[in-house]
Design a protein around this ligand. Structure first.
Ligand code: ADP
Length: 720
């Protein structure tokens, strides 16, 4: 707040200071200007205070008006006092004159601001004319009118009024013309910088100006306008300020010489010399100022033009570069477009060739069924030419309404259009132009428009007539085969049933043969000689073998006829093992083979068919004894989490790897080179395997030829 006040104060102070200074300067200049008065009059050829006043108003504002008023008032008071007037008169006259001076500069300043729209009216001819006409010629009329009027009123010298008015007017105008430009240009720093050779030129021209002015005015040559060329020279070469200064200089010299009574403007009649001088000053100042402003304008225009040209060149360069870039882009774009077009037309051609040369039926049709495209292959295949088929409905032309099987196809077209996804692939009977029925496998693809509705359907079809025929004959064959199989199976069942019945019938007489030969051999019916004993032994052996064979065949037959029942009961496995070992021991003893068995503690009861489990065990143990000549047989049994594992290992003849697979087949005995066929039926392992499979178990063999074999059976543990 205080700071603002301080600023305000300092502003006021400085405004006040400027006002006081302006008033003092006006006063002093006015007093000095009176020294320029011609003879002992108060009339001066130029009135520089007017120029100063106008400059003060334009530079510091209208508020400087009172300062001018004050300065002028005191200057006038001093001047009028000498006329011997009463104070009231000369004070009033001084005040009104000062008022005129103030109004003159206020009006001039206002006009310049208003019409030239600047405070420094030396940039264009328009501004300059506004300054000359309004600021210098018109505004000064106000001051002249008020000043001359009040002077005449105060002094009563009305006869000189008109002359006085003109002198006053032109004096003020000349004062403004020569002083105001210098002040304004200095203040606005429009002083051209002069350097080097140009400063020598300037000195020369100013010297010429001074000398010629001195000569013209000092020696009273009537050639005062000779001064114009050097002034023009200055205006053309050194700019506005030096022009204004030159005018000021020449005017000063002219005034000085004229008031001292010399020079061409001097005239015995003071009034005339004033007028001459004022006209002279007016002309040279107006001409010089005009020319300097014109020159300035031309320079500015040249500079602008140069800048513009440079700018234009830059712009042209930029634009050219942009154009080149755009052109390059355009070329690239066009090339790309060409490439794209070429690629497109190539791919179109490829596509067309592909479609035309494809060994498939390719057609397009509208949702109403009408055909829009029919490729060459389709035409050849169906026997229709393009004009014959395009526009026709699929149904009734290439799709029969009824298939040979009687299947109705009339719904097919509608169904494909409404549910294209269901009919992406379909096979149906088709018809050629000649009525021949063909089968085609179709791929249907709907083509949608932008709104998502189907515009057409593309169907690609392959002839599957041959395949269909093969399929049909294959189906027929399969049907025949199924019937044949059924027949064979039933024959097999009859055979198995017959075998089962037959085996049963055979066992009864065989058992009596074995029984009665046993009685004979035990000599219960009387003593037998050695030969009889031998013969009867052979009978009993053959009968036993036959019984074994029949038993095995019976089992096989029952299994294959599906008549063998596996019962599920809980029994003590340990006891079964011991029982089997007991049965086989006499055989192993006979061959001097040691038979060991190890039953782990966790082995206890199992669920299954006890008789069949024992049959399997006996079979494995008897094989082991049968195919082992020396060494030992080891039976091992243990339970694990899910199964019962039982193995029989021997140190017998072993099995060659290539025979491992065949030993489980029925009637397969490995040829060991020894006549063993008598000792077995070749059915034991086959029956064992089948029984195990029926129980959900399995059998595996590991063997090393010449060293021994290990047969392992696995029974699943069944929950009770
Ligand atoms: P076979 O009545 O001949 O014993 P199997 O079906 O029981 O009929 O056995 C088929 C064949 O498997 C046998 O002829 C024999 O060649 C071979 N074989 C079975 N067990 C053994 C074994 N422990 N050691 C060596 N060969 C064996």
């Amino acid at each position: 707040m205080r700071l603002e006040n301080q600023n305000l104060n300092s502003n006021r102070l400085s405004t006040g200071g400027v006002m006081v200074t302006a008033a003092v300067v006006y006063f002093v200049t006015a007093r000095l200007s009176l020294l320029l008065a011609i003879g002992n009059t108060n009339a001066t050829s130029v009135w520089p205070p007017s120029g100063i006043a106008l400059a003060v108003i334009l530079l510091w504002g209208y508020r400087m008006g009172p300062a001018i008023l004050l300065g002028a008032f005191f200057a006038n008071v001093f001047a009028l006092k000498g006329y011997g007037l009463a104070p009231a008169y000369y004070l009033t006259a001084s005040f009104t004159t000062a008022l005129g001076n103030m109004l003159e500069c206020l009006i001039g300043a206002w006009c310049i601001r208003r019409f030239a729209e600047t405070e420094n009216p030396f940039n264009t001819l328009k501004e300059l004319f506004v300054f000359i006409i309004f600021g210098s010629l018109l505004a000064t009329m106000v001051s002249a009118s008020i000043g001359a009027g009040s002077f005449c009123l105060a002094t009563g010298q009305w006869p000189v009024a008109s002359q006085m008015w003109i002198t006053w007017w032109l004096g003020d105008a000349a004062g403004i013309l020569i002083v105001f430009p210098i002040i304004m240009m200095l203040k606005n720093k429009i002083v051209q910088t002069i350097r080097g050779i140009q400063s020598i030129e300037a000195i020369i021209v100013f010297v010429i100006l001074l000398i010629s002015s001195g000569v013209i005015f000092g020696y009273n040559y009537q050639i005062e306008y000779v001064i114009i060329p050097p002034l023009l020279w200055i205006a053309l070469r050194f700019g506005r300020f030096y022009s204004a200064a030159a005018v000021f200089l020449v005017s000063g010299i002219a005034v000085l010489f004229t008031i001292s009574g010399a020079g061409p403007s001097a005239d015995p009649a003071a009034q005339k010399s004033l007028l001459n001088l004022q006209t002279y000053i007016g002309v040279i100042s107006v001409i010089t100022l005009c020319l300097s402003v014109l020159t300035h304008n031309r320079r500015v225009a040249e500079r602008d033009l140069k800048n513009y040209k440079e700018h234009l060149e830059e712009k042209i360069k930029e634009r050219s570069a942009e154009l080149v870039r755009a052109n390059e882009q355009l070329v690239t774009y066009i090339q790309n477009q060409d490439r794209v077009k070429m690629a497109l037309s190539e791919s179109e051609k490829k596509y067309r060739d592909l479609v035309e040369s494809a060994n498939s039926v390719i057609l397009r049709w509208k949702p109403d069924g009408s055909i829009t495209f029919f490729n060459a292959y389709a035409q050849k295949f169906f026997g229709f030419t393009e004009p014959e088929i395009i526009g026709r409905n699929i149904l009734g032309s290439i799709v029969p309404i009824l298939e040979s099987s009687g299947k109705d196809l009339s719904w097919l077209i509608e169904d494909i259009v409404s549910k294209p996804e269901v009919h992406a692939f379909n096979e149906n009977e088709n018809i050629r132009k000649n009525g021949e029925k063909v089968w085609i496998s179709w791929t249907n693809k709907p083509i949608f428009d932008e709104s998502g509705s189907i515009t057409e359907i593309l169907s690609v079809g392959n002839d599957i007539t041959k395949r269909k025929k093969i399929e049909e004959s294959l189906k027929r064959t399969l049907d025949d085969l199924a019937i044949a199989k059924e027949r064979a199976e039933s024959a097999d069942r009859i055979k198995s049933a017959f075998l089962a019945a037959m085996s049963h019938e055979l066992r009864t007489p065989l058992n009596s043969i074995i029984g009665f030969t046993g009685i004979l051999l035990q000599s219960l019916t009387g003593p037998l000689n050695k030969e009889q004993e031998k013969q009867l032994g052979m009978v009993r052996g053959s009968a036993r073998h036959l019984l074994d064979l029949i038993n095995d065949i019976l089992d096989i037959s029952k299994i294959e006829a599906g008549q063998l029942q596996i019962i599920s009961e809980t029994f003590d496995l340990r006891k079964s093992i011991e029982k089997a070992v007991q049965i086989i021991s006499p055989l192993s003893d006979k061959k001097n083979l040691s038979l060991h068995f190890k039953i782990e503690d966790n082995v206890s009861e199992m669920r299954g068919d006890q008789r069949r489990v024992e049959q399997i065990l006996i079979n494995l143990l008897s094989n082991a004894v049968k195919f082992t000549d020396k060494g030992e047989i080891n039976l091992h049994c243990h339970f694990d989490n899910y199964s019962i594992i039982l193995s029989v290992a021997d140190t017998g003849i072993g099995i060659k790897p290539e025979n491992l697979n065949i030993i489980f087949d029925a009637f397969r005995q490995v040829d060991t080179g020894i006549a063993r066929a008598q000792e077995g039926t070749g059915l034991g392992l086959n029956i064992t395997k089948k029984l195990l499979e029926m129980m959900g178990g399995s059998i595996h063999v590991e063997s090393e030829f010449g060293k021994g074999s290990t047969f392992t059976v696995i029974f699943p543990i069944k929950e009770q």
